[in-house]
Write a protein that binds this ligand. Structure first.
Ligand code: NAG
Ligand code: NAG
Ligand code: NAG
Ligand code: NAG
Ligand code: NAG
Ligand code: NAG
Ligand code: NAG
Length: 865
């Protein structure tokens, strides 16, 4: 079943003084547009459509990203930078995130990040997923949107802008600069326990209510209107035949991929022109100066209706623990009215018993835009249906279809190149180092969650001579410190190091007991909610703290393409590129080991993948030893590292993120060596490791490692939100112990341990000594830190098994056949011209702004002076 992508669009038309489209100083100034988007695929269509409009009429002024829904902040911000670079619009500022919270008394701090709906927002960017859990994490969900189904990195050129910690402007900064007014955040979705809401307002019904009731005249482009513009076979064919520009190519390839990977054959009945249609309706409103409220829309029939947004369910005034605005507050948060429309039950999750009706469709209405009368309703202009094409000889049955294709294919304001045409000598090469004369060491599989420390451990493992360890495969879990789309950074590091032969398997995205029982692609976030979304959390992991884009770009990448080999119904252009799953990779490695040989596994993240592997008894027979980085042996003195869950003092992240999986592994009969937190903390001196790296050879991998570590170190010193950076530094230790323990003088103690996995977050993940029932585990107790720093940095500086291509800049130089001097000048002059353009752009005076909050899919047209 596909969860319908349902869109609810609002057009807020605010005329503070003059009419829209009015003439100033006797001449028309362009309409200034601010786009707020969650960077879902159809938002990209809308963005490109807006960028193609005549700039003397419509000028896109800024983009802000909504990080609370279909994409993740780090991936979406770089995606938008790439699109703008292709379109030669590096002058457009892009805002994402922000660290501001809401205090218990309702005080809203500046720079609220938009990572969480208002009802979940506390004083940090870590928090629950009450509404967002309805969006799938993997295929068909956030993984596909973050990568645009894998098309993005093959297609979009990469410019000079990218996310960088503490330098990236926040959404609010960009909005305030553009609008000189406050922030706007709104959202939504639908599911069986809630048959009423549409996919967009559900993400934050309370925010949607505030916007609707703000007194600003509003136009809605609701689902019932977008439902009248389904993608037809004729439109798809016509689109396939009109790809005169790079932007049209990018949109068509995306649409084709969605069609080809969609379950069943429901594309032509399930996929609609959502946000791009809304953009068209909004543009038509602005264009039509005699009908400022847009009754006479080019693309849609319009009508007035009285509506409201439901934020909580009747009966109002109950206190059942579901409503943080009222529960445990003497005075309700934000001074809301007791017994008022916000005081009922608020949906708490996928299987909320209050919302589920037996054999029924469910009864919760959170996020439902309901037609009502009476004092709590707001009169809005609503788009009812897409208008038919005025040219009835055309195979395209909607007026907007024609406009969309025409605009995207205009020769003006067009994309300059795609990734492959940017460089005259572009070539995709897979690197495979020749080890044919080597004798291979012990086979190792590395299971990681893509934290910064895991990437450093990976680089180290790739440097260990293959005669000592033979790195067979990398498995990835998506329920740790990074989102699944970050898998592309692994491909890039393997490419850099000449190891495109190593398979990468995508594993679990949820902790063991978190997926929804009836619909396993969605699920709760009981444990992963401990990881912040913003600074020091996902935003930074997903971008390797801003360094991911300096890595050479691998021809291998995540792609949603299905392969016929794997039983998919469709054929696509590159079935060989399909992303393998962790278990598939494991099975193929297991099958290939020589008789009598056993595999050693190193885990640097939650133990979900390992527990899944061990659930097959035959697998454990193939495993020699398991090295687990993580765990904290609680003696009720030294604290663990769960800094976001104060009630749990003694757990460590990797165990806490999936306590049931960790317990499964400890209960199995494999031999375990644990590298616990207390030992990791013995090797977390940034200054010592940086000093050692300073003295080693400047191989590309040593340079990258030093850049990353010094960035972590500086961030840690500079900002509170980065205090926990040593966690990542400690994570390298497991790889070093596995490969070269004899150099480090380790002491190992064997202790009987048990792990707590009761479901109580205040103790889940803690490890205790248990002399009666504990499992005997080798625990790394001590080592020689000086030897560790020296060995690590010397190995990284070694000339053997060194990078075959150092960086993205080296790669560009090769593809342009520039010599070193020219390449440096090229990148330098572009940086300068970029800075200059930013400085030279005139300050906004009177601005007309169109805000397409396309996730909450809210379009606000407002005018400021
Ligand atoms: C863009 O609009 C301006 C002002 O209305 C007009 O002079 C110009 O010809 C238009 N450009 C194109 C390519 O249509
Ligand atoms: C909110 O967080 C900030 C930054 O972490 C901190 O300085 C402040 O004390 C916190 N306020 C409350 C009320 O927790
Ligand atoms: C880039 O554009 C060229 C020329 O239009 C095209 O042949 C090529 O396939 C495009 N690259 C991608 C990745 O689509
Ligand atoms: C909407 O509400 C107004 C009063 O707020 C009322 O005059 C009008 O008749 C209502 N319109 C509809 C379509 O219900
Ligand atoms: C495990 O191995 C045994 C003996 O080789 C085999 O019969 C059995 O089918 C295997 N089980 C699985 C689940 O592969
Ligand atoms: C665990 O290690 C011990 C000692 O190295 C060895 O005798 C035993 O066979 C191992 N067990 C497994 C299941 O590999
Ligand atoms: C590199 O290119 C520059 C500019 O074309 C030229 O002056 C210089 O001699 C070249 N250097 C080498 C080593 O070829």
């Amino acid at each position: 079943m596909r969860m319908g992508r349902v869109v609810w669009l609002l057009v807020l038309v605010c005329c503070l003084k003059a009419g829209i489209g009015a003439a100033w100083d006797g001449r028309r100034l362009p309409h200034q547009i601010l786009l707020d988007t969650d960077v879902d695929t159809d938002d990209i269509f809308a963005l490109l459509y807006l960028l193609k409009l005549n700039r003397s009429e419509f000028n896109l002024k800024a983009v802000t990203i909504n990080a609370n829904s279909w994409t993740n902040a780090g991936h979406s911000v770089n995606h938008v930078y790439d699109i703008l670079y292709m379109m030669d619009r590096d002058d457009i500022p892009v805002g994402v995130g922000g660290e501001g919270g809401i205090l218990p008394d309702g005080t809203i701090l500046p720079n609220v990040g938009g990572y969480l709906p208002i009802i979940e927002q506390g004083n940090s960017t870590a928090g629950g997923c009450r509404y967002r859990q309805f969006i799938p994490l993997g295929q068909g969900g956030r993984l596909d949107r973050d990568t645009n189904y894998g098309i993005r990195r093959g297609f979009l050129p990469q410019g000079h802008r990218n996310y960088s910690p503490l330098r990236q402007p926040t959404s609010q900064q960009v909005m305030v600069d553009a609008i000189s007014a406050g922030p706007i955040t709104v959202f939504l979705i639908g599911y069986k326990s809630n048959p009423y809401a549409e996919f967009n307002i559900f993400e934050d019904p309370f925010a949607a209510y505030q916007v609707l009731h703000s007194g600003i005249p509003i136009t809605l482009v609701p689902l019932e209107a977008t439902n009248t513009i389904p993608i037809t076979k004729e439109f798809f064919t016509a689109f396939g035949n009109s790809q005169a520009t790079y932007e049209a190519q990018y949109c068509f390839q995306s649409l084709k991929m969605i069609r080809d990977t969609m379950f069943d054959n429901h594309f032509y009945t399930n996929y609609f022109m959502w946000d791009s249609f809304a953009a068209g309706v909004a543009v038509s409103i602005m264009r039509n100066k005699y009908n400022p409220l847009g009754e006479n829309n080019e693309f849609a029939g319009m009508e007035y209706q009285n509506v409201t947004v439901i934020t909580s369910n009747k009966p109002y005034g109950i206190s059942d623990g579901s409503n943080p605005f009222f529960d445990n507050h003497a005075t309700p948060k934000f001074n809301l009215q007791k017994g008022g429309v916000h005081s009922g039950h608020v949906q708490v999750g996928l299987q909320d018993p209050f919302c589920l009706v037996e054999n029924g469709k469910g009864k919760c209405e959170d996020g439902y835009t309901k037609e009502v009368s009476g004092p709590d309703s707001v009169r809005v202009l609503v788009a009812k249906r897409a208008k038919p094409n005025r040219d009835n000889g055309s195979p395209l049955d909607r007026e907007f279809f024609r406009s969309f294709l025409d605009v995207l294919n205009l020769p003006q304001q067009t994309g300059r190149f795609n990734f492959t045409t940017q460089f005259p000598y572009y070539k995709e090469i897979l690197f495979r180092t020749d080890f044919s004369t080597e004798k291979f060491g012990i086979p190792v599989v590395f299971d990681m969650d893509m934290s910064a420390g895991d990437f450093l451990a990976l680089i180290y493992l790739l440097k260990v001579p293959v005669k000592l360890i033979d790195l067979k495969a990398i498995l990835v879990s998506g329920n740790g410190w990074a989102n699944a789309a970050t898998i592309d950074i692994i491909y890039d590091i393997l490419h850099m190091m000449g190891r495109d032969d190593i398979p990468v398997g995508l594993g679990s995205l949820f902790a063991f007991d978190q997926p929804d029982p009836s619909f396993s692609t969605v699920g709760d976030c009981k444990y992963i909610k401990a990881i912040p979304h913003g600074n020091g959390g996902f935003l930074d992991s997903d971008t390797l703290f801003g360094l991911s884009r300096s890595l050479p770009r691998s021809p291998r990448r995540y792609t949603a393409e299905n392969s016929v080999d794997f039983g998919a119904p469709k054929t696509t252009d590159h079935p060989e590129l399909r992303q393998p799953l962790a278990l598939e990779v494991w099975h193929s490695i297991a099958k290939a080991v020589e008789p009598g040989q056993k595999i050693t596994i190193l885990t640097n993240g939650p133990l979900t993948n390992l527990a899944t592997i061990l659930s097959d008894k035959n697998s454990s027979l193939l495993i020699q030893n398991v090295y687990i980085v993580g765990g904290h042996i609680s003696d009720n003195k030294e604290k663990g590292n769960l800094f976001t869950i104060p009630s749990n003092k003694y757990a460590e992240f990797n165990m806490f993120l999936d306590p049931l999986a960790a317990k499964t592994v400890l209960d199995s009969d494999v031999n375990i060596t644990l590298i616990p937190l207390s030992t990791q903390q013995k090797v977390t001196s940034f200054s010592a490791i940086l000093k050692a790296l300073q003295q080693t050879n400047k191989t590309p991998e040593a340079v990258l490692t030093r850049r990353l570590l010094s960035r972590l170190y500086h961030l840690q010193q500079k900002d509170e939100r980065y205090r926990h950076m040593s966690i990542f530094l400690g994570e390298i230790l497991g790889a070093v112990i596995l490969a070269n323990d004899h150099l480090l003088n380790p002491t190992i103690q064997v202790k009987p341990i048990t792990l707590l996995a009761t479901g109580d977050v205040s103790e889940d993940g803690q490890i205790v000594i248990d002399r009666n029932h504990g499992k005997l585990v080798n625990i790394l107790d001590n080592l020689d830190p000086e030897a560790y720093y020296d060995h690590f940095s010397n190995l990284l500086g070694s000339k053997t098994q060194s990078a075959v291509i150092g960086s993205f800049y080296d790669q560009k130089r090769v593809w342009s056949r520039l010599n070193k001097t020219e390449a440096v000048e090229d990148s330098f002059s572009s940086e300068i011209s970029f800075e200059r353009r930013i400085l030279d752009s005139p300050r906004l005076s009177r601005v007309m702004i169109l805000i397409l909050v396309l996730y909450p899919s809210l379009i606000i047209v407002t005018q400021l002076f």
